[in-house]
Design a protein around this ligand. Sequence first.
Ligand code: PLP
Length: 408
Amino acid sequence: MNPYRDDFPILNEQINGKNLVYLDNAATTQKPVSVLQAVDEYYHTFNANPRRGLYQLSVRATEAYENARHAVKEFIGAQEDGEVIFTRNATEALNLIAYSYGLPFLQEGDEIALPVSEHHSNLVPWQMVARAKGVKLNFLYPDEFGCITDAEIESKITSKTKIVAFAHVSNVLGTVNPVEKIVQKAHRVGAVTVLDCAQSIPHYSINVKSLDVDFIAFSGHKMLAPMGIGVLYGKRELLGKMPPFLMGGEMIEYVYEQNSIFAPSPQKFEAGTQNVGGAIGLDRAIRYLNQVGYETIGKIESELTAYALKGLGEIPHVAVYGNASNTQERCGVISFNLKEVHPHDVSSILDLDGIAIRAGHHCAQPLMKYLGVSATCRISLSFYNTKEDIDIFLTSLKKVRGWLGYED
Ligand SMILES: Cc1ncc(COP(=O)(O)O)c(C=O)c1O
């Protein structure tokens, strides 16, 4: 039995009279009791607006918020707390880079290189920059395993490239992109790197120093923390020269009638009242992940991924996208289709058995087009899943075509 399941009370819920089988962890993870309790304690005992008050509650809220920042700094190996900016989610972090770095520092004729497999959150903001500044988006296309090849890296990242924006792990194919090679090439041509860690940080230990990335973005809710808290990491020298993204209270040094002097990072990028409860939840989620340990997480998840891929391979009429043979490093995000059945129908039918999977374009429409489909089904695994979860899912999936009247 998986020793972590008891920490996640929601996993005992019944859906349609069946035990919940939660296989949509790439969309959002469930939350352990320690995270729920930490957020609850904050709202029960020391909720106050941080930074503003000079009374005890506000000081405690401020301390907890800044402790959370320090915990993130340690977790990702940043050099200083000021390199960690709290946002609402990965999407906001990526927009912040696009607005505060892309718009001011890119010029007509420059290029932004990015894989075609990017989540819309790491594509649409760059389309905005491209339109506003006359910049070209240059796409890297994956091979049949969903991987970015050396040839693509060499030919698409050029002296014109000023930003290389890419996901560490694909939210559709589970592919792990070659971060080191991409960063090296980007830096060789003088480009800045933006690594979207939304799908990798729940599964891999991220160290910004050893990866040598310039910016990273991720969401708390995909790594056991509450929704509404995310992180942007940026190298100090880059953040220092970037203008703020949002203006308002708490991000200024001094305000005159006609202009203002902005505070240094991170305050410069955190206008308005911040999500203290979310930051506390993220702090606790980091503690929980560290206690379980990435080695354990990796071991459980790779076993489950191999088991699920094998099971899917044995079901007639199932086509798995990307690295179905599990020959290369990958995460437990698996996209597939069942012949002649729309993914929405697969998902709705599995839901009758209490199984939560994702169906749709996964906010990656250019990748769908590249794969020649409009949508896929997707399961995504976490360390609190079990082989039993996968067995229940496979058994239910086998019934789907019959349910819809197909004979085999
Ligand atoms: C790779 C990737 N990037 C960015 C995002 C956006 O995350 P959020 O919606 O939490 O901002 C997602 C969400 O699924 C994702 O999978």
